[in-house]
Design a protein around this ligand. Structure first.
Ligand code: PEP
Length: 251
């Protein structure tokens, strides 16, 4: 059966020292977290090596926030999937709306990133979600369907089995506005149906679909109680161990 996952996207926050303290804070409270919940932390690139050392022997998995769309070579400033996998990351966040919006990531780029990540044994946490104007125009289903079709439909069933999907309505990210549990469940069910139509019902039943967008301890329980919400991709609330654990115990 599919995994419940709570993943913390630290974005461009914390110094290395602050990051180490945050990881220690999470590890100290791990006994509160049900063993059925996979915790994942995604610190900035500079923190990944010390984070991998700090997490060794724990059940918390490590993720990068991005990877290059090229394997290696003259790509100044980029970090390649084999580098990320080589230092002990198991996951990589791809297609976050901030990457799409501020760094011009397109479906074409994301296909290359997904393929390179999978070739290295990394599990992509692939983010999808509509903007406010798209929701207001009632286009959220078609937008999310296109983001999934364009980037994931070329995968083999074996490759797809490694993918986690995160539904993050752009209007709810960092805004304090959360999708209602009904809104989130409706689109999560739609995503699962989209997957079932392409990869079959078993693949759809097994894929973890996370909700992201101003998720916090006070709203996580209601969201996670929905049948098609398998956890969360957490931004702001992942920067405090107490809040991150508070979300993880909400299943
Ligand atoms: C995110 O950016 O992935 C996110 C969900 O952010 P926040 O929780 O801060 O809305």
């Amino acid at each position: 059966m599919r995994k419940n996952i709570v993943a913390g996207n630290w974005k461009m926050n914390t110094s290395v020292v602050e990051g180490e303290a945050l990881i220690q804070g999470i590890l100290e409270r791990m006994q509160e977290v049900p063993s059925s919940v996979q915790l994942v932390v995604a610190p900035p690139f500079t923190h990944l090596v010390p984070a991998a050392a700090a997490l060794r022997g724990s059940s918390v998995a490590l993720s990068a926030q991005n990877c290059a769309d090229q394997l290696k070579g003259a790509y100044t400033g980029e970090v390649a999937a084999p580098m990320i996998a080589g230092i002990g990351c198991q996951y990589v966040i791809l297609g976050h709306s901030e990457r799409r919006e501020y760094y011009g990531e397109t479906s074409q780029t994301l296909v290359r990133k997904i393929d390179l990540a999978l070739a290295e044994g990394l599990k992509p946490i692939y983010c999808v979600g509509e903007k406010l104007e798209e929701r207001e125009a009632n286009r959220h289903f078609e937008v999310v369907e296109a983001q999934i079709r364009e980037v994931l439909f070329h995968l083999t069933p074996e490759q797809f089995a490694q993918v986690v999907i995160a539904y993050e309505p752009v209007w709810a990210i960092g805004t304090g506005k959360t999708a209602t549990a009904e809104q989130a469940q409706e689109i999560h069910a739609f995503i699962r149906k989209t997957i079932a139509d392409q990869f079959g019902q078993t693949a759809a039943d097994e894929v973890s679909i996370l909700y992201g967008g101003s998720c916090k301890p006070s709203n996580a329980k209601e969201l996670f109680a929905c049948p098609d919400i398998d956890g969360g991709l957490i931004g702001g609330a992942a920067l405090k161990a107490e809040d991150f654990i508070g979300i993880a115990v909400s299943f």
